[in-house]
Design a protein around this ligand. Structure first.
Ligand SMILES: NC(=O)c1ccc[n+]([C@@H]2O[C@H](COP(=O)([O-])OP(=O)(O)OC[C@H]3O[C@@H](n4cnc5c(N)ncnc54)[C@H](O)[C@@H]3O)[C@@H](O)[C@H]2O)c1
Length: 352
């Protein structure tokens, strides 16, 4: 496997080092070669060279089987230009239309909700990843004055909405789920979200074995906290998916626990923890590396290395069960020590 690694900024570098350690451990344990190429694209690189990524950057990424990203964002780059080019740019240029975010609580003790545990918090969110309000179409008129007008368009296309909804139903079918819930705001956003309504009805009709339901996104935000056990698969747009998966991160025990994939089925895809670069924690050996490790598991699963993915997930679960974790989830270890423990556990299990 050929993997491009972009550690990025802040704690992205800290957690990527541990994700790479764990990838090395499964590679040795299962005898499957994983070649990593570290790309320096980051705020440091941008500030030093003026380049966010090279002119052939997206083409370069297409030559890998997958891309792993730590996190991007640095207060020294006020307009976040490098993060936009590297992360959002790659999502758009490689047409990574599926944002795949499993929300699985790995230990009852990490649940932030009273009387809710592993059986209640176990669902998958599919967020549309190439359209919506993140396409940056719009403009500002009379900027900086009291007459300023700012327009930010939301783009919804039949093709874009159809392919993400279809993917959610196909995932549900392939994984033995019986329910898919679509969230929108069609009561207030009567143009774009009417399209979501129409396509959801059309696609759900092709999957008679799956119960299709709909919730307005504000109601879903409430139900995710009150009754998360009702969900198996959720599908929604770019903005709403971004927001509810941070709720998902909290349900898993914190943002440091959450993993994600930005996928174009069958093509080079990008995997990253859900969290950002958390500048105040950077370089202090305190960031939780579990979201990054679980993102490597998603990457391996997507590339067909299911045993390796399962080995990482099992070792992470064991680390949590025995408190071999960082302080944000109740342990007393540093980032590097969690990486050492999980890598060693993978080796021990493979040897036994
Ligand atoms: N995908 C990405 O690369 C991505 C995602 C979100 C934010 N960002 C960028 O990251 C920078 C910081 O943004 P933010 O502070 O809003 O979000 P953040 O995710 O970096 O941090 C939010 C909170 O979660 C905590 N946290 C996050 N990850 C953690 C981990 N692994 N272990 C322990 N605690 C963790 C932080 O301490 C902070 O309190 C900004 O520049 C933002 O644009 C990048």
């Amino acid at each position: 496997m050929k993997i491009a690694v972009i550690a990025g900024d802040g704690i992205g570098k800290d957690v990527t080092a541990e994700a790479v350690k764990v990838l090395g451990a499964v590679s040795s344990a299962f005898g499957r070669r994983v070649d990593l190429e570290h790309l320096p694209w980051s705020a440091d690189h941008y500030l030093k060279t003026g380049e966010t990524l090279p002119a052939n950057g997206y083409q370069l990424l297409r030559e890998f089987d997958a891309v792993f990203v730590g996190a991007l964002g640095d207060p020294r780059v006020a307009d976040n230009r490098h993060a936009r080019d590297i992360l959002l740019g790659t999502r758009f240029e490689l047409d990574l239309y599926v944002n795949y975010r499993p929300v699985t609580l790995l230990d009852d003790r990490l649940s932030p909700l009273k009387d809710r545990g592993r059986k209640d918090i176990n669902f998958t969110v599919f967020r549309e990843n190439t359209e919506g309000v993140y396409v940056s179409i719009g403009g500002r008129f009379k900027a900086g004055t009291e007459d300023e007008v700012a327009i930010q368009e939301e783009i919804n296309t039949y093709k874009g909405v159809h392919r993400i909804i279809k993917h959610a139903f196909e995932f549900a079918t392939a994984n033995g789920h019986t329910k898919v819930c679509m969230a929108d705001k069609s009561n207030a956003m009567q143009q774009g979200h009417a399209l979501w309504q129409r396509v959801f009805k059309e696609v759900s009709g092709q999957f008679p074995g799956i119960t299709a339901s709909h919730q307005y996104i504000d109601a879903m935000a409430m139900f995710l906290v009150k009754d998360p056990g009702q969900y198996q698969v959720i599908v929604t747009n770019n903005l709403f998916g971004d927001i509810i998966t941070d709720i998902g991160g909290a349900l898993q025990g914190g943002l440091g626990m959450a993993a994600s994939g930005n996928i174009h089925p069958g093509k080079t895809s990008l995997f990253e923890p859900v969290h950002g670069s958390a500048p105040p924690l950077a370089g202090k050996n305190v960031a939780n590396p579990i979201g990054a490790m679980l993102s490597t598991a998603l990457m391996l699963e997507t590339l067909g290395a299911r045993d390796e993915a399962t080995a990482i997930e099992a070792a992470v679960e064991a680390a949590i069960a025995t408190d071999q974790t960082t302080t944000d989830i109740g342990g007393a270890l540093g980032t590097r020590e969690v990486g050492d423990w999980v890598a060693n556990r993978i080796k021990l299990k493979a040897d036994s």
